[in-house]
Design a protein around this ligand. Structure first.
Ligand code: SAJ
Length: 418
């Protein structure tokens, strides 16, 4: 049976582009989101996130009638769940535990409209075992249907984990070109999932089981986190030894088997800064390196803040008639990485907020991708911040900052932009 109608639950950075890709292949797509503003925006053919080329695809999909957004699930042949998987609040020094409440809510919301022959795919990055847990919630809600955990390939409803692996800023291209890991709870679940994704995926759809697919995604992001931690640790070592870390890395990377990543103000976003904890929380005694990398990356913002405090002290020493109140600090970039508007888990934002707390003088925050209505702190035009800053703290390598000129400011360049 082919998939006539596809439902995508969670219309964020992954769900909306995925919904739009199916719709662009002339599938009837029902997007579901609890956020009424997102639903209304999409139904006008507009988007509520920043992602290159996505606006055109969504606009075409909505105006041609292939994509609509709603707040409660409607019947479909396949359901893709792309909701957040945050971790629970925890005390200092404790290992964060994953919070599956959004997956639970999505499963319980879609269960009433499930029917025999449907496919449910969990795309959200999840701790090992989450897909089995989701299948349990579905089975509890629909005792009239059979699921793969008990019925295997004969199940009425097939269930799989197919983690999204696209890079924000390149989502439209990577959704099509990247290989896909397909982790079915049975061989039938995997086959059905491949059939679904082949509507637009040109990369290979590689089949495994659900637990391995969950772990594959966590492994990719943990690997990147460990590598960035290495670069961040190097930057602190180099600062102590008076060596330019950017030059050092570019020299080391000339070795044919070395490829060191770039240091920065810390690691942000909802993925790399979160997913390694899903491994550490399950196997704390065995995940020593992954755990340490998290601690190294999470401590980098504090190191940057100390650099700012030192720069203020140096400025006051050089200008004895001035006080801290006279020092204007420009914070350039709030997003978690270059050329996006996403402020989630952003080290740049947390550093700027800390500076706003301790600094008695002016703090000018610049973020070209976010307007004042969407920002938790006031945004300043770039020209004003360049002109007025005594200390310029470069936190994100946005294109707008590449040729930036300051008016004699002390520059702290955490991304090696200049
Ligand atoms: N960062 C550095 N130095 C680097 C690279 C990145 O400090 O050399 C920082 C960034 O500034 C940012 C953070 O790391 O704060 C994460 O950025 P990223 O570009 O490494 O990754 P994300 O979070 O945008 O997307 C990652 C991707 N995973 C991998 O590359 C293994 C993407 O493919 C995943 O789909 C995504 O996580 C996800 O959704 O899990």
């Amino acid at each position: 049976m082919s998939f006539e109608t596809i439902s995508v639950i969670g219309l964020g950075y992954i769900g909306l582009p995925t919904a739009a890709m199916f719709a662009s292949r002339q599938k009837k797509v029902i997007g579901v989101d609890v956020n009424q503003h997102a639903v209304d925006t999409i139904n006008r053919g507009e988007i509520h996130i920043v992602e290159p080329d996505l606006d055109m695809i969504v606009h075409a999909a909505v105006t041609e009638g292939f994509l609509k957004a709603v707040t409660t699930p409607e019947p479909a042949d396949a359901f893709l769940i792309a909701v957040p998987t945050p971790f629970k609040e925890c005390g200092a020094g404790e290992i964060p535990q994953p919070d599956l409440k959004y997956i639970e809510a999505a499963s319980k919301a879609l269960a009433p409209v499930l029917k025999k022959g449907d496919l449910v795919i969990l795309e959200s990055t999840s701790p090992v075992g989450a897909t089995e847990q989701m299948a349990k919630w579905l089975a509890e809600a629909r005792q009239d249907l059979t699921f793969p955990q008990t019925a295997g390939i004969e199940a009425d409803v097939n269930v799989a984990h197919c983690p999204e692996r696209v890079l924000p800023g390149h989502v439209v291209r990577e959704l099509v070109e990247n290989d896909r890991v397909i982790g079915g709870m049975s061989s039938r679940c995997s086959e059905r999932s491949v059939e679904l994704y082949k509507a637009f995926v040109q990369g290979d759809c590689v089949i495994t089981n659900a637990r391995t697919a969950e772990m594959a995604k966590l492994t990719e992001n943990s690997c990147r986190d460990v590598q960035i931690a290495f670069a961040n640790e190097l930057s602190i070592i180099c600062d102590k030894l008076d060596i330019n870390v950017w030059e050092l890395i570019s020299l080391a990377n000339r070795h044919p088997r070395i490829n060191i990543l770039q240091p920065g103000p810390g690691v942000g976003g909802h993925c790399i800064a979160v997913d390694p904890w899903f491994i550490v929380s399950k196997t704390p005694d065995e995940s020593r390196l992954i755990h340490t990398a998290r601690l190294v990356n999470d401590s980098k913002p504090e190191w940057v803040i100390d650099k700012v405090k030192l720069a203020i002290a140096d400025f006051l020493q050089a200008n004895p008639t001035k006080t801290a109140k006279d020092v204007t600090i420009g914070c350039f970039g709030l997003a978690f990485k270059a050329n996006i508007d996403d402020l989630r888990e952003s080290p740049a934002l947390s550093i700027t907020k800390s500076i706003l707390k301790f600094h008695v003088g002016k703090v000018l925050a610049v973020e070209p991708n976010v307007n004042n209505n969407e920002s938790p702190i006031e945004i300043c035009p770039i020209e004003k911040a360049c002109k007025e800053s005594n200390i310029a703290l470069l936190l994100v390598d946005h294109d707008e900052f590449k040729n930036i000129k300051f008016n004699g400011a002390t520059i702290i360049d955490t991304k090696g932009i200049l």
